[in-house]
Design a protein around this ligand. Sequence first.
Ligand code: SF4
Length: 308
Amino acid sequence: MPWSPIARERPDWMTVRAPSQRSRFGELLEIVRDGNLHTVCEEARCPNIGECWGRGTATFQILGETCTRACRYCAVRSRKHGEDLDPLEPAKVAAAAQRMGLRHVVVTSVDRDDLDDRGAVHWAQTITALRRRCPETTVEVLVPDFLGAEEAALATVLEAGPHVFNHNIETCRRVQPIVRIKGDYDAALHLLRRAREVWAERWPQRPALLVKSGIVAGMGETDDEIVETMGDLRASGVDVVTIGQYLQPTPRHLELDRWVALDSFRRFRAEGERLGFGSVFAGPLVRSSYRAEEQQLAATGAIRAAAL
Ligand code: SF4
């Protein structure tokens, strides 16, 4: 199957730099391979890998390499059943984060509809291992939707004490059923809202949880629909939003609909500020975990300032 004409006409602003010889890219690769770990940077063929790994940051992917969904835009391999869980994975992730010297670590996972708890206990073990081994490091979790086990999974994951809770809504309400297998727009908003509520109800003494979500542009939505989605996220208590350009991983994946104009990303940033997000990261190469530490710091600062 050939690439679509739009995908072949890649604009200049989508050009990324190759990793520099003097960067930390090689060192991170060695740490990831030594620990037999997976990163979404590699699995999702992220265009920022040279920059992020060069700066010494990566996003760990736990619960295996196989996703039990097959969303049309996603490069991660999918099957009905994932791999057996590695009980040592939480400790290996924590050891790798320590070796990398991360001040902020992002962990994500594949969907595991084949597990009764959807992987929530493994998630909690990973957060706990990170918090014990790297007590100065902030932990961001980019979780799946835990379909069918949402409330129990939320309680398990949040009990372990992440600093940032992230769940990507991915696209607008109209496009959601076209591109996401089993994805549900309202369920995603509900999960985000419940994360904040459960945190406040169960652990009122803890510092506020930062709640985050991300949108991928170029999958068939309009700019107005993105702004509408941002409004829905904000109304669900989301503090940080990221918006980036969809890149079609292979010709077999969802066809790229458009290259989103730089002016549109400017508009999303302005609308996000108007809506009151603590931080809005919008740009062609922005990904949910792109410069995640900066996003977290910006949002925390803005929220504190607003409270004064
Ligand atoms: S943007 Fe996220 S997924 Fe991409 S390379 Fe950076 S850390 Fe990895």
